[in-house]
Design a protein around this ligand. Structure first.
Ligand SMILES: [Zn+2]
Length: 196
């Protein structure tokens, strides 16, 4: 909330998570209470923002399967593309195309925490302070040159593979391989939803 706009409430993804998971909802309510209200969140506020746990108002929602979540994120990205949002730049001063957080999250979901380069010689087994795998989400065709910001053309890479793709002598061959890999993984994930 502080990073975005304290008056604007939760970001969409945070709200959706809180609305679909009792555990996440409890954690959000705890955090808001501790941070802004000396420990206890006013019930009227929770009711206003739709976070009041209530069996009748909020029936338990089955968490979406990973493939369904992947598809949902892809559809959001495509809607933003159709709306022209992906054609915008982040600032007026530096011409940098926007990078969608939804695309990034979808690719990380699809990677299952492992480098998606089929020729990867091994990614670090260590994790970040937050417990996340050491992966970088990369656009197969550079986003700075307006490569498409869609999971179908993005790939999760370990630092070694990312460096090879950026600076290695074989980078163009690798880029073609990764383009096929991203498309193939994307099709497989979408097909999982269609077959359920
Ligand atoms: Zn790798």
């Amino acid at each position: 909330m502080e990073a975005h706009n304290p008056h604007g409430g939760l970001t969409t993804w945070a709200y959706e998570l809180a609305a679909s998971s009792e555990t996440a909802r409890a954690a959000v309510i705890d955090e808001i209470g501790n941070r802004f209200f000396d420990g206890t969140c006013p019930e009227s506020l929770l009711k206003d923002v739709g976070l009041l746990p209530s069996r009748s108002a909020c029936p338990p929602v089955q968490p979406p399967s990973l493939a369904e979540e992947y598809l949902r994120l892809c559809r959001k990205v495509e809607a933003a593309e159709a709306h022209g949002d992906h054609d915008r730049t982040t600032t007026d001063i530096r011409t940098q195309p926007v990078r969608s957080d939804d695309s990034r999250r979808a690719v990380l979901l699809r990677s299952n925490g492992r480098c998606e380069n089929p020729l990867c010689a091994g990614q670090p087994d260590d994790v970040t302070d937050s417990g996340a795998p050491i992966l970088e989400v990369d656009h197969v065709d550079d986003r700075a040159a307006w490569g498409r910001d869609h999971p179908e053309q993005m790939i999760a890479l370990c630092p070694n593979c990312h460096a090879t793709k950026t600076r290695g002598r074989t980078r163009e061959t690798l880029r073609n391989l990764l383009r096929h890999e991203a498309q193939s993984r994307h099709r497989t994930w979408i097909a999982q939803v269609a077959s359920t």
